[in-house]
Structures are given as C-alpha cells and as structure tokens.
Design a protein around this ligand. Structure first.
Ligand SMILES: [Zn+2]
Length: 218
C-alpha cells in the first residue's frame, strides 16, 4: 500500500510538474515521463538507472532509445554530470532492462498488496468484461492466454503488455505459474506501462539486449 500511494503521488507529480528535462543524448526537451533518469555514483563513475525517479544523487535524463543512449554515453552524460562517466552502451541497455523488470515487479507487488490485481485467465476475463482492467500483463510464454478473445481485445487496444515468464509471474503472486494478470488501478497501470515502454527498445528482438545493440548501434 505504501508503495502504491507513493507511486500515485509520483505519477501525479510527474504529470503536474511540467518542468521539462533535457535529454543528454539528443539535447531536446521532453516531459519527465518520456525520459529515463540516470544517476551517477561519483566514486566509481558508474551510472545507475533510476526508474522510480526518486533516487538520491544528481540525475541526468535520456530518451530510452538506442541513438540517444549512445550519444549520451559518448559525451552527454559527462557534460551533464560534469564528471567522467564510464559505461558501455550494451551494459547500460542491460541495466535499464533489469531496472525495468525490478520496477515492474515492485509495482505489481504494490498492486497485489492493494488488491488492485486480477490473477489468472478467468479473473482477468471478468475484470475485462467489467471494464476494471486497466492493464493486462501476459507472460511471454503464455501464447494460449494471449489468444483468449478478451485478452486479444486488450492487446488491440494497447492495454496489454507481454512481460516475463509464467513461472516468474507466478512467483509474484505466490503461485506456481501465472499466465496472465490484470492491473485494476489506473495510476499503477500507467506507471507499469511507462516503465515497460522505456525498456522495450532494449528488449525487442527475442528479448535479446545485444540485438538492439547490433541493430541500432554501430
Ligand atoms: Zn533524446
């Protein structure tokens, strides 16, 4: 619950805040929810991805895209932190995907604790029919669940994401396997989708981080 309230507050602040941030890659201004916050550990010169945008330390912002990340690593981050920054683009992409997975797990945990989640095919169907499903999360290895008509509708409406595997989704809800769940809370659904969107450029192509690297970055 605590997490839920905090996330809600953050989501509200992010929407209201208005002050735009500058992407350390392309240099364009953008709303905070279109960018990813990065913090620097001054002692090691290492970057950490701060998807909750509440971490300590000086932050820099970047579009979650391979070209912007690459440019930022080549100089934008160093300029914005006024410090030497050492990170490989591929390692940064991997860190972003790990941070996104952790963040989505945390948000789903918040949804579970607040009882803002429907777990399993039947519960999800009911939630969709009752128009309570704000976001449907389908495990990437749950093809059968993704083919259910209600779930297909949610996918067509952009209200579904394919994330993680049945076993790992199950672990979040204390079950052996969960093929599909639905988030019933608008703020949490929005936060999950935002994080998912940010990590997607780096997970596309069969979930391989090196794929975006070889495709996008030369
Ligand atoms: Zn950019």
């Amino acid at each position: 619950m605590v997490e839920t309230k905090r996330d809600e507050r953050r989501a509200r602040t992010a929407r209201k805040a208005g002050p735009e941030r500058t992407c350390a890659g392309c240099g364009q201004h953008a709303a905070p929810d279109e960018l990813v916050r990065v913090v620097l550990d001054p002692s090691s010169g290492e970057l950490a991805v701060d998807l909750a945008a509440g971490g300590f330390g000086r932050g820099s912002w970047v579009h979650p895209s391979a070209p912007c990340v690459t440019k930022a690593i080549k100089g934008g981050f160093a300029k914005s932190f006024k410090a030497k920054v050492s990170v490989e683009p591929q390692a940064f992409g991997e860190a972003l995907v790990r941070a996104a997975d952790r963040r989505i797990e945390g948000l789903l945990g918040g949804a579970r604790r607040g009882k803002f989640v429907a777990v399993g095919t039947d519960a999800v169907k009911d939630a969709i029919v009752q128009r309570k499903a704000e976001l449907v999360v389908v495990a990437t290895d749950a093809a059968a669940a993704a083919r259910q008509r209600d779930v297909e509708d949610a996918i067509a409406q952009g209200k579904a994401i394919a994330w993680n595997e049945k076993v790992r989704l199950g672990a979040l809800f204390g079950r052996d396997e969960v093929a599909v769940c639905a988030v019933l809370h608008p703020g949490l659904a929005e936060a999950i989708q935002g994080v998912f969107r940010a990590s997607r450029p780096f997970t596309q192509s069969a979930g391989s981080v090196s794929a975006w690297w070889s495709r996008e970055v030369r």
